[in-house]
Design a protein around this ligand. Structure first.
Ligand SMILES: [Zn+2]
Length: 265
């Protein structure tokens, strides 16, 4: 990966109730942005007009409408590459990517490695490069996506892969769920000082309507119970909740995910 250390600028465009469409801009191509998961075209077009930028490419992590619904509207504006997983449910793709592929956008000075991270959906991918991770609905700050299509083993493995990327990696996920995820994280692990501190940080950000993202993978390794299924405190809490012993990270993950699915804060 030749230039993946090049610093990039990333800014959010809000869509729907709590989606973020991320716009990536490289210093080598100012004014040219790559949109990640444009579920809605209108707010992206507004931001392009406001900033005088042009759309150069679209990256898609998975097929859900709130992540791809704006592609057609954006292509009406500009014919740009559309890159995403090989999945018939995703129209307009000009290139498909799978696991551990190198995605170079040389004119934009951008280069990503793709990771296949099944669980939320079976074909879900993440884009990693420039010390940033665009992980769609697989990993959230202090939480993770629901398993709509994958198994706990698949999702657990996907999260472990993302969690093993460098701790300084900035994590850009698809939704602003951090505050509610932290309510569950602290129900599981009430005495986790990093999570307690993060709750205050996120509350202050959200009080001023500021995104809680990006997070870092280092922070997530301390506060996100779904990345901590191999730790003693999470295992103990999940076993106590399940009322039975659990062996293996995936088994702990499965019970933790089920616990969250039924959790009302
Ligand atoms: Zn989704």
């Amino acid at each position: 990966m030749s230039n993946n250390k090049l610093p990039i600028q990333v800014r959010p465009v809000r869509a729907f109730a709590d989606n973020y469409i991320w716009l990536i801009e490289s210093p080598l191509a100012p004014g040219q942005v790559v949109a990640v998961d444009p579920g809605d075209a209108e707010p992206v077009i507004s931001e392009l007009r406001r900033s005088g930028s042009s759309l150069a490419a679209i990256l898609l992590t998975h097929h859900h409408p709130d992540h791809i619904g704006g592609v057609a509207g954006l292509l009406a504006l500009a014919e740009v590459p559309v890159i995403g997983p090989n999945d018939g449910r995703i129209p307009y793709l000009t290139r498909t990517v799978g696991d551990r592929e190198q995605l170079d956008l040389p004119k934009l000075g951008l280069s990503f490695e793709t990771l296949h991270v099944p669980g939320h959906t079976l074909s879900h991918i993440a884009f990693w490069g420039h010390s940033a991770l665009f992980c769609g609905d697989t990993l959230f700050s202090a939480g993770c996506g629901r398993m709509f299509e994958g198994t706990p083993l698949q999702m657990s493995h996907s999260l472990q892969r993302l969690g093993s990327l460098p701790p300084e990696t900035l994590m850009y996920c698809g939704h602003e769920y951090t505050a509610s995820n932290l309510r569950f994280a602290l129900a599981v692990e009430p005495n986790n000082p990093a999570a307690v501190e993060y709750r205050a940080t996120v509350a202050a950000l959200r009080a001023s309507d500021t995104p809680s993202l990006p997070s870092t993978l280092g922070l997530e390794s301390r506060v996100n119970p779904f990345l901590r299924c191999d730790t003693a405190p999470i295992r103990a809490a999940v076993q106590a909740h399940a009322g039975k012993p659990l062996s293996g990270t995936a088994a702990v993950f499965a019970e933790l995910r089920a616990w969250k699915d039924g959790f009302r804060s």
